[in-house]
Design a binder for this molecule. Structure first.
Ligand code: Y12
Ligand code: CO
Length: 171
């Protein structure tokens, strides 16, 4: 089922999410709904809080070298914890909760993450490149943070001005 995506400045997006303790059909339905919603909105990553669910759950489905977003490349990541990080990389990020705005964000290039899958099995995996950036972006959502909080003071001011103008025009 496609769910509504919460958009900035909705206050729910600032809430901290909680660890999943029960790996049941309700969790599977949440993951399936997140996938349907992300694909419908042409996204490549989504955190549960973006559809108003305060669980430490995120999904990522990057596009492959041929430009296809294959289901077999879907990552379902529950209760993630970053164990190690190194290097720095910059990427122009976008977010389904801040539609139409993209900007450069600096993050760790390489991360080692502990997480659980939908069946409750634990995994420890290393991520590099775009998937590493996506995991860090989505993990920020789980802590109630958006990528626009990482912008410089001046860029953030300009964003707020443009965003308000855009919202007024949309009304
Ligand atoms: C690298 C950096 C950030 C991420 C997080 C996941 N981000 C997204 O999935 C963003 C999707 C997005 C989609 C949009 O819609 C279309 O392109 C049709 C969009 O544009 C508008 O809504 C106007 C903005 C963001 C992963 C990897
Ligand atoms: Co986002």
């Amino acid at each position: 089922m496609i769910r509504e995506i919460l958009v900035y400045p909705n206050k729910i997006l600032r809430e901290k999410s909680h660890d999943v303790t029960v790996f049941d059909e309700k969790l599977h339905q949440l993951l399936d709904d997140m996938y349907d919603t992300m694909i419908h909105k042409e996204g490549i990553g989504l955190a549960a809080i973006q559809i108003g669910v305060q669980d430490n759950v995120l999904i990522i489905n990057l596009v492959d070298e041929e430009g296809f977003q294959k289901f077999e490349n879907l990552h379902e990541i529950i209760n993630p914890v970053i164990l190690e990080k190194d290097g720095l990389t910059t990427y122009q990020e976008g977010c389904l909760s801040v539609p139409g705005y993209y900007d450069d964000v600096e993050r760790a290039e390489h991360i080692k993450v502990s997480y659980y899958d939908r069946h409750g099995s634990q995994h420890i995996k290393e991520f590099t490149g775009l998937i590493s950036i996506a995991v860090q972006h989505e993990m920020d959502h789980l802590r109630g943070h958006l990528f626009i909080e990482k912008l410089s003071y001046l860029k953030r001011k300009k964003f707020e001005k443009d965003w308000k103008k855009q919202q007024k025009a949309g009304k």
